[in-house]
Design a protein around this ligand. Sequence first.
Ligand code: SF4
Ligand code: MG
Length: 320
Amino acid sequence: RAPILQVKNLRKYFPIYSPLGRVKGHVKAVNNVEFTLNERETLGLVGESGCGKSTTGRTIMRLTEPTEGQAIYKESDLFKLKRKEIEQIRQEIQMVFQDPHSSLDPKQTIGHAIEEPMKIHKIGSKKERMERTLDLLHKVGLREDQYYRYPHEFSGGQRQRIGIARALAVNPKIVICDEPVSALDVSIQSQVINLLQELQDNLNLSYLFIAHDLSVVRHIADNIGVMYLGHMVERAATDELFSHPLHPYTQALLSAVPIPDPKLKKERIILKGDVPSPLNPPSGCIFHTRCPHVMDRCKVLSPALTKKGANHFVACHLYE
Ligand code: SF4
Ligand code: MG
C-alpha cells in the first residue's frame, strides 16, 4: 500500500517563560518522531497522557505549529503550507476528538452540526448538503429523523457517531482520531471502533488512531507506534508488536493488557515511579529512570530508533 502521510523528524517544543517574559526552558512535547501512514490503513499511536501523541496529531492539522520536521502529504510538506492552503488540507485531513460534547454546539441541531463543515468548505448546494447529511446519519448508525435533535438528547456513544459524521461530511482522506473512545463505556467502545473500521473499508480512509490503551488499538491498527515522553520508542506491525514486543516500556504496557490465550500470559510488569516531567526529561534513554533493564550506558546515551525486522523498529540499547 502506498504511503499517504510521511512524518519525519517531528519536534514540538513549547517555550517556558520566566515571570520577566524570558524563555527559561522548553517542554519537549514531541522529539524526533517519524512514521508512515499508508492508504486505507490505521496507524495506532499509543502512550500515557503527556507522551506527545495528541500534540503529534495537532501539528499535522497545523492546530499547533511544529518546531521542526516534515509531514509529506501528496508530495507537499504540510508544515510549509500557507494559511489558505491549510484550509484546503483541513478538508482532506479531519479530526475526531475524545469528547464530542465539547465540539458540538448545544444550541445547534445535529443535522446542522454535520452540515457546517460542508458550508465552510463550500461543498454542494443546500439541498445536496441536506441529502448528504441524511446519508451520513444513516452511515454512522443514526436515524434520519434525528436531524433536528439537539446534542443533549444523545448518549455519549451517539454523540461520538455525530462527531464522526461531521468529520466525514467533507469527504476526508485521513482522519486523525484522538482518543475517540476513551470517554465511552467499554461496551460502547467496540461499537464505535467497529463503525470506524466499517467506514474505513467503505470510504477508503486512513486513520491515525491515538489512544492511551494498547487493547483499544489492537483490533483496528495495522501498525502501532509506542510513545514515551515525546519519543517514539517502538514501532511495528500490530501482530508483531503484540507477539514480540522489544522495548521494555512496550513490554510493560502489554503485560497490562488482558490476553485471552493463557499460554501467552506473562506476568504483569509494574514500572517503578511516575513518568518524569517533560520539562526536565532524563538524560540518555528517556525511559532509564523506570526501566527494569537499565544499564550504565542508558543513563548517558540516547538510543536511536533502529530497524530490527521488516516492519519493526525499536529505540533501546538492549538490541544494539
Ligand atoms: Fe531500558 Fe536502556 Fe533500553 Fe532505555 S535503552 S529501554 S533504559 S534497556
Ligand atoms: Mg491526548
